[in-house]
Design a protein around this ligand. Structure first.
Ligand code: GLA
Ligand code: GLA
Length: 701
């Protein structure tokens, strides 16, 4: 039977087999944005990450009482409890979790269950040693930590399907379980074993169809790396001198991100089929970029993430977590989100990270999340563990369960957020300006950072802080986001600018938008290959500049000189700009290119394009953005003292204004009009005083 029809069907089947493991079919997101408050029975989601299995059962009732007294109505449970739920292969025990849920539910506390795949049982590793991920030297990680599994391993995938199915079946009708968190902080480690290599080769085959196309796209003619069979394609593993083809390396990043999405979808598919009424999320990591969250989140109902303000070294200022909140919100079309792990105490593993924060600051951070669009805050963790790697990572309570100052402030925030629920419900963050996040550029810079001091996030923070100092809300955009509603988009170091993105940015500017580009933009095509056009390549016409020389001399003292003669320090990278149609706004102050353009402005269509050829000190961004928003007509907020943030949520006819004081002194902000204090109902004077480490929530009547 070799009829044309049979041959046709066989082709379809083999095409499916080829595509299936990495299919990118994006699950449809509901057209109505997910309402977290409705989901939680009309309550603002206020919770803790709780590990009943870490404590004597006799403590559970008292825990639940203390939670309820603190306004807690939500817990996340079980995300590392695989061995408790499947003590031996295929034998399940949910009795302990049922009992814990009963205690919690009786106190009005609903639960989200974590699928426990981030920490597979020892028996699983003993039986299938190959479930461990292999590092770039060909050595498998040893048992003992967590997250050390390989997402391409068939034994691990089978074990995942088994535990997720069992949980879904057991809890599909449980009224006290309202949703699932998939795994825990997906994204690492990359696996370099034979199964992963074969999966990468299949991914490449699906993408490029022919080896000729792949060889051409990757420029494998260099060093004679041309591939004659798909099976010859390597991974970016430990080669001599760590030299990899940058195009292969970028595709490997994309493949890993897609594979993580595929692994997540193995779980979401089971959960949606068996328990369709329950919501699904994942605890993400803010600025973390091994996974393109804007793609991953197409398979989730809402975004959740883990916010540790004291743990992030590159946060640069108190605005830092705000940018991460905004990026997380932007990774799913600006929908409101929740914090699944909100720092509840001092972080520490073998050493403590930093000094203890004033107890009030933990409450201010919770409000910061809300101000940036969170409709839920869940603290990590209820109580510090007595044992294990994290015995110094503080929860709200310490091991002795004493209702300490952190518990008191968490209780205060719990009561207040309960009170604010109706006001917050349906309100959103609306921003006139946005930062464009380019996952491709971030990956390409990881592969080739170019200069030691370069850090993609550093510029995001610099522009972000400048807007926030002016009390302006900021959105984060991904290449597929809708650009049309913004007055200003900052696309810093848009290293890799593919054609569709360039066209979108061009449209945006043509229609009157203002685009800010910065150094090292338009350098690469979608294959991570350098353009053969004059830099900034496909963005040159928009920017109205040509770059025939650049200076990556990071050790050189450099400065830029504004048109009014003010000097600002500059570093990291220096694009030497030759305006073609742009006008010069600042020049370099030193070196052989002193006097050449460093910053330019170009008119294009109805809009403007700025090109900032270097990385300047924060004062330059503060000045420049202040000037720019005036030019473009973006409303600014009141003048804000150092250490105070203002953020606004809106719903029809109403504004909710958050004034957050991160300092140990009372601060005053002149709003120019009186507002109602949303908590007390009384009118606040036009000069609002915010006590030390405190917050004011104001609203229009
Ligand atoms: C050496 C090698 C060249 C090239 C240059 C620059 O001289 O022989 O092939 O790699 O270094 O790296
Ligand atoms: C992450 C993890 C948690 C815990 C905390 C604190 O956010 O998701 O399980 O390890 O860090 O270390």
């Amino acid at each position: 039977m070799n009829t044309p029809l049979v041959r046709f069907l066989a082709t379809l089947v083999s095409a499916y087999i080829l595509i299936a493991p990495c299919a990118h079919a994006q699950q449809k997101t509901p057209s109505k944005p997910f309402d977290l408050i409705e989901w939680n029975g009309g309550k603002f989601v206020y919770g803790v990450d709780y590990y009943p299995e870490h404590w004597n059962e006799s403590q559970w009732e008292k825990d639940a009482q203390m939670m309820q007294a603190a306004g807690i109505n939500f817990v996340r449970l079980a995300e590392f409890a695989w061995v408790k739920m499947e003590p031996t292969e295929g034998k399940f025990d949910f009795a302990w979790l049922d009992r814990a849920l009963k205690v919690l539910n009786a106190h009005g506390i609903k639960a989200m269950l974590g699928t426990p795949t981030a920490s597979p049982p020892a028996w699983l590793y003993a039986k299938y040693p190959d479930i461990s991920a292999m590092d770039e030297n060909g050595i498998r990680y040893r048992y003992g930590s967590r997250r050390n599994y390989c997402i391409h391993n068939p034994n691990f995938i089978a074990a995942t399907q088994r535990i997720v199915t069992a949980m879904a079946e057991h809890y599909k009708n449980h009224p006290g379980v309202i949703g699932w968190q998939i795994d825990n902080e997906l994204g690492d480690p990359d696996c370099y074993d034979a199964a992963s290599r074969a999966a990468f080769q299949r991914w490449c085959r699906t993408k490029y169809k022919t080896l000729e196309a792949l060889n051409k796209a990757w420029g494998t003619v260099f060093w004679g790396h041309t591939y004659l069979a798909w099976s010859e394609i390597p991974l970016p593993w430990n080669t001599l001198g760590k030299a990899h083809n940058p195009s292969l390396a970028l595709d490997f990043k994309r493949f890993q991100s897609d594979s993580t999405h595929d692994y997540l979808r193995i779980q979401t598919t089971i959960l949606r089929k068996i328990a369709p009424a329950k919501a699904i999320t994942h605890n993400e990591m803010g600025m973390y970029d091994n996974v393109d969250y804007s793609v991953l989140n197409t398979s989730l109902d809402f975004v959740a993430w883990d916010n540790y303000p004291m743990f992030q070294k590159d946060y640069a200022s108190y605005f830092g977590p705000g940018l991460a909140h905004d990026l997380m919100r932007g990774s799913k079309n600006n929908q409101n989100f929740m914090v699944m792990e909100q720092q509840g105490g001092l972080p520490g593993w073998n050493v403590f990270w930093g000094h203890q924060a004033a107890p009030g600051l933990y409450r201010v951070w919770a409000y910061q999340a809300v101000a940036h669009g969170a409709d839920g805050v869940c603290y990590f963790r209820w109580r510090t563990c007595r044992y294990g790697t994290e015995q110094y990572w503080q929860g709200i309570l310490d091991q002795d369960s004493y209702p300490n100052a952190r518990y008191q402030t968490a209780s205060q925030a719990g009561k207040e957020l309960g009170q604010l629920t109706e006001l917050l419900r349906g309100s959103k963050v609306i921003s006139p300006v946005a930062l464009l996040i380019s996952p491709d550029s971030r990956w390409a810079f990881h592969i080739q950072p170019l200069v030691e001091k370069f850090n993609y996030n550093q510029q995001l923070h610099a522009y972000y802080n400048a807007f926030r100092r002016l009390g302006i809300n900021v959105d984060a955009l991904f290449p597929q986001s809708d650009f049309s509603s913004y007055k200003i988009i900052v696309a810093s170091s848009l290293f890799l600018a593919d054609k569709p993105l360039v066209e979108k940015l061009t449209e945006f500017v043509k229609n009157g938008g203002t685009l800010v580009l910065s150094y090292r933009s338009g350098v690469k095509d979608e294959h991570n290959v350098v353009t053969d056009q004059t830099l900034p390549g496909p963005l040159a016409e928009l920017a109205g500049v040509a770059i025939h020389d650049f200076d990556p001399q990071t050790n050189q003292e450099q400065e830029i000189v504004d048109i009014d003669g003010t000097r600002f320090s500059a570093g990291v990278w220096f694009d030497i700009l030759e305006p073609t149609s742009a006008q010069t706004l600042a020049t370099y102050g030193k070196g052989y290119y002193a006097g050449k353009a460093a910053v330019t402005q170009n008119s294009f269509g109805k809009g403007l394009v700025f090109y900032v050829g270097t990385e300047a000190g924060q004062d330059y961004y503060d000045n420049g953005i202040k000037w720019l928003v005036q030019q473009v007509g973006v409303d600014t907020g009141p003048s804000l003292p150092e250490g105070v943030e203002m953020a606004v949520r809106e719903k029809t006819g109403k504004k909710v204004i958050f004034l957050l004081n991160y300092t140990e002194k009372p601060q005053t902000v002149s709003l120019g009009q009186t507002y109602q204090n949303a908590l007390t109902g009384s009118s606040e004077p036009a000069g609002v005083e915010i006590p030390a480490f405190d917050v004011k929530v104001l609203t229009t009547p």
